[in-house]
Design a protein around this ligand. Structure first.
Ligand code: PEP
Ligand code: MN
Length: 268
């Protein structure tokens, strides 16, 4: 087995925030809902120097019957964000078809969601679709606390020639009662980082916390551990969001959270 020798000192992700002295900020709604919502959210986030705009268009919902995303038509909305606001845009991909559609529309960054990282067949299909393309990819941890599955998904991307990689820590499912929606189990990402020191680490406090109040403390903890950035779900009217309503914050609330965060350490 050829082990991943991940060692880029410069990558898309480190360059995005280069010289700014503050962490990488990825923000945007859990789901793209309407063209207006996407454009208005992105415009508000551009004011805050958000580095990368996120929006899910294909939503992997745990149970059927809830909003499953607007689908391919959302790609054109993200294209408008890119063209008219000059922001970079990221979406979740879960199949080879998603990758092909995203690449046709020049989406800047793809991410693999927690429900996909658990499935090596799905991850390999995505890797095959990315062969020879080298678009930046962020890999969320699997829903279950399994470091090897997380590493395996990152390796599959790397072996497909993807060198601009980042890991997103979004916490792990647990049947135990907890204040978190997904328990952070910080040792797992710490172990990942110990193995791949140049791999950018991004925290997703929205899915870890599951509620607005936990976004600040979870982000601060991650920064104290030396994380490179965070992905925070942002909605114009969070209570009316079609997915993850309780954990989304307004652009103004995001601004307040970012202003309060302190970078106290730079290394693990
Ligand atoms: C999301 O980012 O909206 C999402 C579905 O996240 P996760 O894959 O972490 O559950
Ligand atoms: Mn979400």
């Amino acid at each position: 087995m050829q082990l991943m020798k991940f060692n880029p000192t410069k990558s898309f992700f480190t360059e995005l925030q280069a010289g700014q002295g503050h962490p990488l900020v990825i923000a945007g709604p859990c789901s793209a809902e309407t063209e207006e919502q996407v454009m208005q959210t992105a415009a508000a986030l551009k004011q805050q120097n958000v580095h990368l705009f996120r929006a899910g268009i294909w939503k992997p919902r745990t149970r059927p019957g809830s909003f499953e995303g607007v689908g391919s038509k959302g790609l054109a909305w993200l294209n408008r964000v890119k063209r008219e606001l000059g922001m970079r845009v990221a979406i979740e991909v879960a199949t080879a078809r998603h990758v092909e559609e995203a690449l046709k529309q020049e989406i800047d960054v793809l991410w693999i969601g927690a429900r996909t990282t658990v499935n090596p067949f799905a991850v390999q299909e995505i890797a095959d679709a990315l062969q020879g393309v080298n678009v930046p990819v962020m890999v969320k941890n699997p829903v279950n606390p399994d470091l090897a599955l997380w590493i395996g998904a990152i390796e599959r991307m790397y072996h497909a020639g993807v060198t601009d990689l980042a890991a997103i820590h979004r916490g792990f499912s647990s049947y135990q009662k907890s204040k978190y929606r997904n328990v952070p189990v910080w040792q797992i990402p710490i172990e990942l980082k110990a193995r791949y020191q140049s791999l950018p680490m991004i925290v997703d406090p929205s899915h870890i916390g599951g509620k607005r109040d936990l976004i600040f403390p979870v982000s601060q903890k991650a920064l104290d551990l030396g994380y490179d950035g965070m992905m925070i779900e942002t909605h114009l009217t969070p209570d009316k969001a079609l997915s993850d309503a309780e954990q989304q914050v307004t652009p103004d609330a995001l601004k307040a959270i970012l202003a309060k965060l302190q970078v106290r350490k730079t290394n693990y």
